[in-house]
Design a protein around this ligand. Sequence first.
Ligand SMILES: *Cc1c(COP(=O)(O)O)cnc(C)c1O
Length: 353
Amino acid sequence: MFDLQSLVRENIRNLVPYSSARGEFQGTARIFLDANENSFGSPINRNYSRYPDPLQSKIKERVAELNNVSPSQIFVGNGSDEAIDLLIRVFCRPAVDSVVVCPPTYGMYEVSAAINDVAVQRANLTPAFELDVDAVKERLKPETKLIFLCSPNNPTGNLLGEEAIFDVLRSFNGIVVVDEAYIHFSGKQSLINRLSDYPNLVILQTFSKAWGLAGLRVGLAFGSPKIIGLLNCVKPPYNVSEVAQEQVLSAISKESKVVETVDAIVRQRTELSARLAELSIVSTVYRSDANFLLVRVENAKSIYEFLLDQKIVVRNRSSVVLCDECLRITVGTPDENTLLIEALKEYEKSAVH
Ligand SMILES: *Cc1c(COP(=O)(O)O)cnc(C)c1O
């Protein structure tokens, strides 16, 4: 049976969280002299002399409406990378516990684990980039606290099968983190609406991709109010700046514009995929549910360097398991994609085959 309390590190269970001035007193007052802020204001046009809302309640209210959950089920972080780190710190004892990841996948899960001195067990995806549920189950030990799944997966681009994810959720008494950074490009529903079925499910989303706000550093975690409460206890008190909170709120009020850009990116994905597939140097363009394409080519290193010479930067993923000779290419604007294709045709002509 899933027992959250017994999963949590003892020092976190006993933690008395930092109590910030803005956390203790909320609401309006005549004068605020409680937080050692500068009452004379900021030296720039806009005033940022006050600490931001530590629990980002305005953002949570709007995100809760959009996703049909309660604000208590939402964590807002300094990018979803912060949520990844906090999940490891809440559940994994350094040098004792472990996490499972499914390569090829997002590198931050392993890096965050390594920073926290937490061991990583790898259950590779199948050659078709599907979840290998048996391999995941074989990696599970009493010390396994978290499983990181990424759907749509980075760098392969595909959604993982829902039934496989549910199978993992049912067969594991720790936390299953499903990273949905790219879900808005997939045309599929988020697993947020399955949170009530799986108390061990945590979903990550971000404002960095579909929302076009990577520079603001704002990410989201969705889970049970108890799990979200633990993340809030451990996070730095003012983890999301006032500027970031303002701009995210303003973006949420323009959601229809985001839907339009996502549609445009998905159309460009189809077109770019077709144009890449026509090139003789391309052997496979993998199906993508995200805003990038994984492309297997004749000589990834040489093509990567040729593109760099043309000041076009893509990601060479050749050194990653199951991705040899693969480039990961973000879908750009129509002009950017045309420039890319022209450069690749140039390479085709010049390359000695
Ligand atoms: C880009 C990306 C993120 C986003 O991280 P942020 O810290 O929110 O910018 C998360 N997960 C995956 C798999 C990604 O590719």
